[in-house]
Ligand binder design. Structure first.
Ligand SMILES: C[S@@+](CC[C@H](N)C(=O)[O-])C[C@H]1O[C@@H](n2cnc3c(N)ncnc32)[C@H](O)[C@@H]1O
Length: 270
């Protein structure tokens, strides 16, 4: 098999972290996500994934948070079968295949132009592709405004400089009439600590800021209302995690402050 060499910058290369974590999960005896498409995509890329130094904990966490975000997409698209789904910073994630949305859904995958240009080679299924820097407020221009929208941002927020996530929420709530934003949130500490993460360090990425209180986005006057904050530490799937990760995660689950430092899924209505 001819493997494809990618020509991406460091920020774009972060897609390899999540892709590889999902690929590793799919090979576990009890996968959290079971995304064999990510494994097939990774097999076709000419890259030494071992240089990412992905720890088991990151594999489990990434797969579970992705599953929780997929669940958010499934429940929104079941309730709104004419919705648009927007996957921001989609990388090479085959989320639409995993979610298998109703036929009336229009799915938009958004990332830098160099990244979305790769998707047809690896993911021939048809989603609408938008190649843009999402800190540019004009990127949603081609997406219908008048349908309910669910916007997913997985693994994206820490790479957005300073207040650009706040500006992004304004762009979204100005463009779309109604909908939901679902993302994995990072506290200020978690965002700061990311720059010491071996994988992020290996890629030379400077992580941006996070927020602790999930209600902070409600104060930005962008029309967001918190729906819920779900901690991975309290997810039932933790029961299938190996020891000592399971015991450590269970111990963390008793404290909201500690749970917040781990992965959490935040959903906002607008
Ligand atoms: C860690 S990867 C996550 C990829 C995907 N969401 C997943 O879960 O597999 C972060 C992605 O965000 C994209 N990204 C970061 N900043 C962006 C920006 N300003 N505009 C568009 N895409 C961006 C990167 O190119 C990369 O594909």
């Amino acid at each position: 098999m001819q493997r494809i060499r990618l020509n991406l910058n460091q920020l774009e290369e972060t897609l390899l972290i999540t892709l590889w974590a999902k690929a590793l999960d799919s090979k576990l005896p009890v996968p959290m996500l079971g995304d064999t498409h990510s494994a097939e995509i990774a097999d076709r890329i000419d890259y030494d994934f071992s240089t990412l130094k992905i720890k088991d904990s990151l594999t489990y966490e990434t797969a579970l948070r992705s599953r929780m975000l997929d669940d958010a997409v499934r429940s929104f698209t079941t309730a709104h079968p004419n919705a648009v789904v927007v996957d921001l910073g989609c990388g090479l994630d085959p989320r639409m295949i995993r979610c298998h949305p109703p036929a009336g859904i229009d799915w938009y995958d958004v990332d830098f132009p160099e990244v979305v240009a790769l998707r047809p080679q690896f993911l021939p299924e048809s989603t609408h592709l938008i190649g843009a820097d999402i800190t540019d407020p004009d990127w949603p221009a081609d997406i219908p405004r008048d349908r309910p929208a669910i916007i997913i941002a997985e693994g994206l927020i820490p790479f957005l400089p300073s207040d650009s996530f706040q500006l992004l929420t304004r762009t979204l709530t100005t463009h779309f009439t109604t909908g939901e934003i679902a993302l994995n949130g990072y506290t200020r500490f978690a965002a700061w600590a990311m720059k010491y993460h071996p994988t992020i360090k290996a890629l030379g990425i400077k992580a941006a800021t996070g927020f602790d209180d999930p209600r902070i986005p409600e104060t930005w006057n962008t029309g967001l209302t918190l729906i819920d904050e779900d901690f991975l530490t309290r997810a039932p799937q933790i029961a299938a995690w190996p020891q000592p990760l399971r015991a450590l995660t269970r111990a963390m689950s008793h404290s909201t402050t500690l749970s917040r430092q781990g992965a959490r899924i935040l959903r906002y209505h607008f």
